[in-house]
Design a protein around this ligand. Structure first.
Ligand SMILES: *[C@@H]1O[C@H](CO)[C@@H](O)[C@H](O)[C@H]1NC(C)=O
Length: 502
């Protein structure tokens, strides 16, 4: 009885603490936004207090606010709490009124020079540092330029099929690209901090609607003289919006063959929430649109196929280390979800259904529901539900099957010896325009049919190789299929051989 007596106090204390945290999660913070004026410039939250000082468009902004627990993603390094050198200084904390502090202006060169009270040593450092960096950048730029010139010199041939193709990729608006590049290399490698994303998103002017989907609409927008694509989700689709933004902000996801993500924003205008996802804009639109409009030559075909494989290989690959990335499976790969960039390479888009692999626990980051994606592109094991959903690699194999179908769409449009076929969707001759799962299952699993690979492809080395890759993407047994990395290697090899012949 003596023991229980001495335990009583801590137990009661803990009990109260638990009750307190469950029923009154409120952490009190200083708050400087207009909504908080009524509540005496304070707010309550179950998450964190945040103070930020930013330097945007030449103006200094100080903001204090509450961040809800839901917004503290990813855990450990929430986007809301990331600072950005020279642009934004953010402090998140977890005790009452802990954001009652005065953060310094972000220490970019701009602000430091204007402060004035420098000793000679600092002055020299401040002036010589950036100059030195500039020189270094110039040198690197010159180096890279030469390297590219050499690498691409054998591809300078004008493409007959699509005269608008630039061999070197140029963006009209370097400022945004630079900003993202700087931030993603200095910070977490996943893109702009959320706070900057908001600023970007809220200064975009929408221009025209360029697409519609089950989630909402896609618009072309302008930001500081450059084009961006804005995917606007209906408020019903908040989960899709959040998921896609979350995937795009996976550390180290940025890759030249994956659609470049710029910002996510949820604007609450009182009556409804507008959910935005801002990305790079590619005027060619999707691979589906592109193949409908143009045929390609052998070089163009290899370029599209190789870049798509590179993008998928990067997506699938797990990179270990603190600056690593998890393996990601797309789960809705198709020609409508791949964009064609100005230099006629692919960028994989629409990551809303993707799943990430946590190799430490060998788990998948969301409970994957059975059959998502586009029925026409579903792998046999997805159609007949034999896919092993606990095994992450099964999802990668299903992606490869879909990639094979995309290759078939591309290769049909390849113009060799004056022959090329009209654009068609895979299985266009075997199923109606909006096939059911049952129709697809009968075809793909029971009858084991696959898109037709014409005999005449055998007479051209490039087409023959493409046909062979497709067959090896379409095996009924997912594990027997090629990997994205393997395909990438085969196609690199092919591109070297083809270039030698030219
Ligand atoms: C933060 O809140 C505390 C408590 O209400 C108040 O005393 C303090 O002045 C506030 N600080 C700022 C900078 O508003």
């Amino acid at each position: 009885s003596k023991n229980t007596g001495s335990l009583a106090l801590p137990v009661v204390f803990c009990f109260f603490l638990i009750i307190q945290t469950i029923t009154f999660p409120a952490l009190r913070c200083n708050c400087s936004t207009a909504e908080c004026e009524k509540t005496g410039s304070q707010c309550e939250t179950d998450g964190a207090c945040m103070a930020s000082t930013s330097f945007i468009d030449g103006r200094e902004q100080h903001i204090r606010l509450c961040i809800t627990r839901d917004n503290l993603v990813p855990p450990g390094q929430p986007f809301y709490c990331l600072s950005a050198k020279g642009l934004l200084n953010i402090h998140c904390c977890y005790t009452n009124y802990c954001n009652n502090i005065d953060l310094k202006v972000p220490s970019g060169e701009l602000c430091q020079v204007s402060r004035g009270s420098w000793g000679p040593v600092e002055l020299v450092a401040v002036i010589a540092g950036p100059l030195f960096l500039l020189c270094l950048l110039l040198l690197m730029g010159a180096f890279l330029y030469q390297y590219h010139q050499r690498a691409y010199s054998h591809r300078q041939r004008l493409e007959v099929e699509d005269p608008s193709c630039d061999t070197l990729y140029m963006t009209k608006d370097r400022t945004l690209q630079d900003l993202i590049y700087d931030l993603s290399t200095s910070g977490s490698g996943s893109g702009l901090p959320l706070f900057v994303q908001r600023t970007v998103a809220r200064t975009i002017v929408l221009q025209e609607i360029i697409g519609k989907g089950r989630f909402g609409e896609v618009w072309r927008g302008r930001w500081r003289g450059g084009d961006v694509a804005v995917k606007i989700f209906s408020s019903r689709e908040e989960r899709s919006w959040f998921r896609e933004a979350e995937i795009y902000q996976t550390i180290m996801l940025r890759h030249e063959n994956i659609l470049g993500f710029i910002a996510a924003d949820n604007k609450d205008n009182g009556t409804w929430t507008q959910l935005w996802l801002v990305s790079d804009y590619h005027e060619h639109g999707s691979l589906f649109d592109y193949l409908n409009r143009y045929s390609v030559n052998i070089e163009g075909m290899i370029k599209l196929a190789l870049s798509a494989a590179s993008g998928l290989a990067h997506l699938h690959m797990e990179i270990l280390g603190t600056q690593g990335k998890p393996g990601i499976a797309h789960r809705d790969l198709k020609s409508k979800n791949i964009l064609v960039k100005k230099n006629c390479t692919c960028a994989i888009a629409d990551l809303g259904l993707a799943v990430r692999h946590d190799s430490a626990t060998d788990t998948i980051d969301i409970a994957p529901n059975q059959r998502v994606g586009t029925k026409r592109y579903m792998a046999p094991e997805v159609l007949d539900e034999t896919i092993n959903m606990r095994h992450f690699d099964s999802f990668k194999c299903a992606d490869i099957y879909a990639l094979g179908l995309v290759y078939w769409e591309i290769t049909r449009r390849c113009n060799s010896g004056g022959i090329h076929e009209e654009y068609q969707l895979p299985y266009y001759d075997l199923v109606p325009s909006d096939p059911t799962i049952e129709e697809m299952r009968k075809l793909v699993c029971d009858q084991k049919l696959r898109p037709n690979i014409p005999n005449w492809w055998q007479s051209y080395e490039a087409l023959r190789v493409m046909g062979k890759i497709m067959r090896e993407c379409w095996y009924a047994n997912g594990a027997a299929r090629l990997t994205a990395l393997r395909i990438k290697k085969s196609l690199s090899q092919l591109s070297i051989e083809e270039d030698l012949k030219v």
